[in-house]
Design a protein around this ligand. Structure first.
Ligand code: MF3
Ligand code: CO
Length: 255
């Protein structure tokens, strides 16, 4: 494992990239409504990124071990889909859906990663709670990400907050980000306090809890990309790119 400490110059660029990314994702969230296709959202995002002079980080990205490259700019994962849903003209959002929007951009050669889950129109109280708690789990994880703490402290804080009220996705995790979309360290959403890689000021990491209304278990769809809950229950996902400092982490994917 080798973590990358970013230089002040790199941090400046990542900070600007994070701001742009957050603006684009916030605009995209406003487009979410019944009747809109996930393809429409992807096209919208692509145009905003290109108009800003940046690059979609996920488009044609091929992680090790994947048979194909990711074919879109945005990941759109609806209801029982957890992450990496591929946009399609055939997937039309409907009232009551919950939809995870996950986006990465490359600004001046450096990467940021950010995700939110939003409601399509009116959703059930239980789903509202799932969204609020997953967002809270991300905040708790960020609070635990003080310089000098460890990756295990982040996972432990999230797991302790969740307290078995939801399933926690185990096969996917947060990660270092910046020079590449996925860097060391690997940051699970569960763990033991004080264990694992130490958090060093100048590290840039993405924290991304995925919580399920049902069990932890996942399955991969026939498209090889879309990750879904095995039990078909709904799932939510929030992610920020943050800078590790001597004290509280700085959230970089913010407007
Ligand atoms: N935010 C996603 C993650 O960290 C990145 C998805 S890359 C893609 O897992 F290629 F799958 F889109
Ligand atoms: Co990520």
């Amino acid at each position: 494992m080798s973590v990358i400490i970013k230089t002040p110059k790199e941090i400046e660029i990542i900070r600007e990239g994070g701001k742009r990314l957050a603006e684009i994702l916030a605009k995209t969230a406003k487009m979410v409504s019944p009747g809109v296709s996930t393809y429409d959202l992807d096209q919208y995002v692509y145009k905003l990124i290109i108009d800003g002079g940046d690059k979609p980080a996920f488009l044609n990205y091929k992680p090790d071990g994947m048979p194909t490259a990711y074919p879109a700019s945005l990941c759109v994962s609806i209801n029982n889909e957890i992450v990496h849903g591929i946009p399609s003209k055939k997937r039309i959002l409907k009232e009551g859906d919950i939809v995870s929007l996950d986006l990465g951009i490359e600004h001046r050669g450096l990467f940021t990663d950010h995700a939110i889950t939003v409601a399509v129109g009116k959703i059930s109280a239980k789903d509202e709670q799932l969204l609020a708690d997953t967002k809270k789990a991300l905040e708790i994880g960020i609070w635990a990400a003080h310089g000098g703490n460890t990756v295990g402290d982040i996972g432990n804080a999230i797991e302790t907050f969740v307290h078995n009220r939801y399933g926690i996705v185990r096969e996917l995790a947060g990660h270092g980000v910046g020079v590449a979309i996925h860097e060391d360290p690997y940051i699970p959403n569960y763990g033991k306090a004080g264990k694992g890689q130490k958090l060093i000021p100048g590290m840039v990491v993405a924290i991304e809890p995925m919580l399920n209304l049902g069990k932890d278990d996942i399955t991969v769809a026939d498209d090889d990309w879309t990750i879904k809950t095995a039990d078909g229950k709904y799932s939510a996902h929030f992610e920020h790119t943050i800078l590790i400092t001597e004290g509280d982490a700085e959230i970089l994917t913010m407007v």
